[in-house]
Write a protein that binds this ligand. Structure first.
Ligand code: ATP
Ligand code: MG
Length: 241
């Protein structure tokens, strides 16, 4: 995973969305109930099988990765199997790759288990779900499963009943803006962006202004027909930035 949310230096090789992906559960914004449940697991260990469900971009994948890192620390590499939507996760992969990983002996501290991460698990076939259910049963002593999905009802019932379901909902505009502020401060983004973020409480407005300011060239913005032409305040900030 990329550097933590506490990272405050610009890293031009990594997109911001990755560079500022929280690496600790405590740094995940919003969804207090879900996050505090995960914090308890990160602290106490004995992770149950988990389904994290909710809309896109709310922190499900981030939470699973952060939790696995906190639980397993230096053992992450050998004790975690990550499979996301770009990997083949059909029935054969469950029968072979996941089963082989579940059978692998890894020495871990008490209360820690190997972890299989199945991202976007609602796009797996029902055959793969059935095979997964059996693997979950057989290897539950040594291996725990975390599934992320948008809709938990698309996971077969026998898997749902073997998991604790943690629900995420959309972040509020305030929560997203607060997080964006952290990023622009750390990246020393131009004055224009900071002023817009600080002075508008509406996320759609901020997005619109970002589009105007950053996706168009200065000429397009300031020409006679440019979107900033009739907006002296924005023009001034554009010059200052
Ligand atoms: N709650 C959050 N707190 C802080 N950053 C977040 C949060 N949610 C999302 N992000 C940021 O957005 C990026 C995407 O989040 P993430 O991949 O966790 O979303 P997701 O819920 O798994 O979405 P999807 O359903 O599309 O897979 C992260 O890299 C992170 O930078
Ligand atoms: Mg995800």
């Amino acid at each position: 995973m990329a550097s933590s949310s506490s990272s405050n230096s610009a890293n031009y090789d990594v997109p911001w969305v990755e560079n500022y992906r929280p690496s600790k559960v405590v740094d995940i914004v919003g969804n207090e109930d879900a996050v505090s449940r995960l914090q308890v697991i990160a602290r106490d260990g004995n992770m149950p099988n988990l389904i994290l469900s909710g809309p896109p971009g709310t922190g499900k994948t981030t939470s699973i990765l952060a939790l696995a890192h906190e639980l397993l620390g230096p053992n992450y590499r050998e004790a975690v199997l990550e499979l996301n939507a770009s990997d083949d996760r059909g029935i054969d992969v469950v029968r072979n790759k996941i089963k082989m990983f579940a059978q692998k002996k890894v020495t871990l501290p008490p209360g820690r288990h190997k972890v299989v991460i199945l991202d976007e698990a609602d796009s797996m076939t029902s055959g793969a779900h059935q095979a997964l259910r059996r693997t979950m049963e057989i290897y539950s002593n040594s291996t725990r499963f975390t599934l992320a999905c948008n809709t938990s009802s698309k996971i077969i019932e026998p898997i749902q009943s073997r998991c604790a379901i943690v629900r995420f909902s959309r972040l509020s505009d305030q929560e997203i803006l607060g997080r964006l502020m952290v990023v622009v401060q750390a990246e020393k983004v131009c004055l224009l962006a900071k002023i817009y973020l600080a002075s508008y409480n509406s996320l759609p407005t901020v997005k619109r202004h970002f589009r105007i300011a950053f996706l168009k060239t200065p000429n397009e913005n300031s020409g006679p027909n440019g979107p900033l032409h009739n907006n002296p305040k924005a023009n001034m900030q554009w010059v200052e930035a």
